[in-house]
Write a protein that binds this ligand. Structure first.
Ligand code: GLY
Length: 390
């Protein structure tokens, strides 16, 4: 239960209405695709028909159906359901791309098929989500106590170590769900042993986190940290912080283990301190140089979701801290980065993939589907909608 002021509730209501007004039109014209980013005309590019890696096995392909389900729960509008169901069907083709799949099956199926099943009871959706959960569970290394993040081609470049990434914390909620669904704690045990490893290997003393840590597969010991998508080794990649805030908060919600909540708060406290220094318009990395200006609204929106969940666990005094920080992040997006017109398909601007120019400038300060998803999920939470999608 979240106690928000009447004024903030009114603000959330207005934002929700603006998102819905835009997205009814955008969903109608994109109901047969799976978007990731936009082209120069502001139109979604389709990953269902795209080329590797932005193809059907691209890790973000669950966000569009998840986004559509959020809007469906909040409005009952049929076009959202249709778009979500179509994307879920298209995503079946990704199961065939076995060697392109990795731990991100959680992102792909937990908020698409998993949510479909939890909302509608669709039996086929249940099987899709359970199949994905089995795939994820099979990546568990019992000697090292972690779910392997990537595959051998991306993974094995340093003396046989495995790269373990902070993003994984958002994939394991699917295992908590599978444990309940199968009435089998194996899945939950795997998720908790993974969360314990990541807590030890990735969270630094000051509450910031590493993106990538290479671990020894024989015992899960940390061998060395790697730079990853942030500015440099030892810097503070903001989306990695957000994955940790929301991911550990979710592990707390699903297990009741205080240590996960304390970790979520510790990372959140570091995030809040840094975000306050940049007027809540979050950069790609809190330690990047002043120029060029590279923002990441995906990090801000995902962090806001985690902060709202933390706020729900807090006493009156602490609620203010976490909830106000979430509202500051969301209001900065609303004022500076959201596009509520239906001319462009994307809802948010200023998302960024990585500091290193993977797609050149095209991957910076741009539209990214999971920014739209998490912003909408945060507003959904402020409005008190249920269920929790993760
Ligand atoms: N999970 C990859 C990313 O956050 O870009």
């Amino acid at each position: 239960m979240l106690n928000i002021t009447e004024e903030d509730k009114k603000w959330a209501d207005q934002v929700w209405e603006k998102i819905d007004a835009k997205m009814r039109i955008v969903a109608e014209r994109n109901k047969d695709i799976i978007p990731y980013t936009t082209d120069s005309e502001g139109r979604f590019i389709d990953c269902a028909k795209g080329e590797f890696p932005y193809d059907i096995s691209w890790w973000t392909n669950g966000f569009w159906p998840g986004y559509m389900w959020l809007l469906y729960v909040g409005t009952g509008e049929a076009v959202y359901k249709k778009a979500a169901e179509n994307a879920e069907e298209l995503l079946d083709n990704a199961f065939a791309e076995y060697d392109h799949l990795h731990h991100d099956v959680g992102f792909m199926w937990h908020i698409s098929a998993g949510v479909d099943y939890r909302l509608t009871g669709n039996k086929r959706s249940r099987l899709r989500a359970l199949y994905a959960a089995d795939f994820l569970a099979a990546r568990f290394n019992p000697a090292g106590n972690y779910v392997r993040s990537w595959n051998a081609d991306a993974d094995m470049d340093s003396e046989g170590c495995h790269k373990l990434i902070i993003d994984s914390m958002m994939n394991i909620p699917m295992l908590y769900w599978a444990a309940e669904e199968h009435n089998d704690d194996r899945y939950k045990n795997i998720a908790m042993r993974h969360a314990d490893t990541v807590m030890r290997t990735h969270v630094r003393a000051d509450g910031t986190v590493h993106h990538i840590v290479e671990v020894d597969p024989k015992d899960g010991s940390a061998v060395r940290a790697k730079g990853g998508q942030g500015y440099e080794l030892g810097s503070t990649w903001t989306r990695g912080q957000a994955w940790a805030i929301y991911g550990f908060a979710l592990s707390y919600i699903h297990t009741g283990e205080e240590k996960y909540l304390m970790t979520a708060k510790k990372v959140a406290n570091a995030f809040i301190a840094c975000a306050a220094q940049c007027d809540w318009m979050v950069p790609l990395d809190f330690r990047q140089p002043e120029e060029p200006k590279i923002y990441d609204t995906t990090a801000a929106a995902c962090a806001a979701c985690g902060l709202i969940e933390i706020a729900k666990t807090c006493t009156e005094y602490d609620v203010k801290n976490y909830l106000n920080a979430a509202l500051k992040l969301l209001k900065a997006i609303d004022e500076k980065a959201a596009d509520y017109t239906d001319g462009n398909d994307n809802l948010l601007n200023y998302g960024s993939e990585a500091y290193y120019p993977g797609r050149g400038e095209a991957g910076r300060n741009t539209a990214i589907i999971y920014g739209d998803y998490y912003y909408t999920e945060a507003i959904y939470k402020l409005k008190g909608f249920e269920p929790l999608f993760w």
